[in-house]
Design a protein around this ligand. Structure first.
Ligand SMILES: N[C@@H](CCC(=O)N[C@@H](CSC=O)C(=O)NCC(=O)O)C(=O)O
Length: 276
C-alpha cells in the first residue's frame, strides 16, 4: 500500500492510498478518512460509492463528510469508480468505461478483463481495509447515483455483511433506464436474466433479510424521471413489505450540494446501525 495523500482533517486524517487490486487487475486509488477515535480504538467502516465521472476525490473534496465521521467515530472509505490504466478498456461517452464501472462483474470482452467492481467492492476492498486499519469488523455502505445503485445492490446481495445502506439519487432500476441498459448490454451481454443480480428492484423482490435502508432524492434532479425513478423501488418494496425510508427533498438537484446538505443525517443513520 502506498499513501499518496495525507492531510489533517477534523482532528482525524484524510488519506488517499493506492494498492494493487487483484480482482480488477490494476492499481486502485482509495480515499480513507480516519476519525480521531481511530488513534486509540477500532472503528466501524462506512463505504461510499461515487457516481459517473467520479474518482476517489469527488466525495472527499465536496461532500463535507469528514466532520460527521469524526463526530461519530466512523472510518470512511471511498474507492475510485472504475479500474484505470493503459490496458483498461474505454468507450465514447461519460456513462461507459472509465469512471463508469457500474459496480458489476463484467462478463463480456473487452470489459471482463478489468471491470470486476462488484467483486472488488464486496470482497477485496473490505479485506484490504480490515487488514491495514483497526476496524471493528462492522460495516455499512452508501453512495450517489451510479454509486447509490452500487450500494443498494451490494447490500441487497449481502444483507448480513452490512448493518445499513443508504443512497442519494440512486439508479434503482438500471435494467429499465437508458444508463443501465446501455452499460449492462456492453458489460453483461444480451441475456437480460444476468442483469437482475445488479438491479435493486429485482433484488428486493427476492430479499431474504432486511437491511435498514434510506434514500434521499431531490425533486429538482435533472435525472429523476429518466434515469433514477425511485417510485419503482418504492413499489417493489411495498409489494414484498421491505422497509424503505424514501425521502423526497424539495428543490434539490443531482449535485454534491444536495449530498453535502444531508450527508450528516446519513452518517448519523449509519452510525446508529453500526453501534447496535
Ligand atoms: N453531465 C454530467 C454527467 C455526470 C454526472 O452528473 N455525474 C455525477 C454522478 S451521475 C450518476 O452516477 C457526479 O457525481 N459528478 C461529479 C461531481 O463532482 O459532481 C457530465 O457530463 O459530467
Amino acid at each position: 500500500m502506498d499513501i499518496v495523500e495525507r492531510r489533517r482533517c477534523f482532528r482525524g486524517t484524510q488519506l488517499v492510498i493506492r494498492h494493487a487490486a487483484a480482482r480488477v487487475g490494476c492499481t486502485m486509488h482509495v480515499a480513507v478518512f480516519l476519525p480521531p477515535q481511530a488513534e486509540t480504538s477500532a472503528c466501524p467502516v462506512l463505504y461510499w460509492l461515487s457516481g459517473l465521472t467520479c474518482t476517489e476525490q469527488n466525495f472527499i473534496t465536496k461532500a463535507g463528510a469528514q466532520r460527521y465521521a469524526a463526530e461519530h467515530g466512523v472510518i470512511l472509505v471511498a474507492p475510485d469508480t472504475s479500474p484505470r490504466g493503459a490496458d483498461v478498456a474505454d468507450a465514447e461517452g461519460y456513462d461507459i468505461g472509465l469512471g463508469a464501472g457500474f459496480y458489476v462483474n463484467a462478463t463480456e470482452a473487452p470489459w471482463a478483463a478489468h471491470y470486476q467492481m462488484a467483486a472488488y467492492v464486496e470482497r477485496e476492498l473490505p479485506a484490504f481495509i480490515d487488514a491495514n486499519f483497526r476496524t471493528t469488523g462492522r460495516q455499512s455502505i452508501l453512495g450517489h447515483s451510479m454509486g447509490g445503485h452500487g450500494a443498494l445492490t451490494i447490500a441487497l446481495r449481502n444483507p448480513r455483511a452490512y448493518a445499513s445502506v443508504s443512497a442519494f439519487s440512486p439508479i434503482v432500476a438500471p435494467t429499465q433506464v437508458p444508463w443501465g441498459r446501455k452499460v449492462f448490454a456492453a458489460y453483461l451481454g444480451p441475456d437480460e436474466s444476468t442483469w437482475q443480480a445488479y438491479d435493486a428492484c429485482a433484488l428486493v423482490a427476492n430479499a431474504e433479510a432486511h437491511v435498514p435502508m434510506r434514500i434521499d432524492q431531490g425533486t429538482a434532479d435533472e435525472f429523476l424521471h429518466t434515469q433514477l425513478r425511485p417510485e419503482l423501488l418504492q413499489a417493489a418494496c411495498q409489494r414484498v413489505g421491505y422497509p424503505l425510508d424514501l425521502r423526497m427533498q424539495e428543490g434539490y438537484d443531482h449535485s454534491y450540494y444536495f449530498i453535502a446538505s444531508f450527508i450528516g443525517e446519513h452518517i448519523a443513520f449509519h452510525a446508529e446501525a453500526l453501534r447496535l
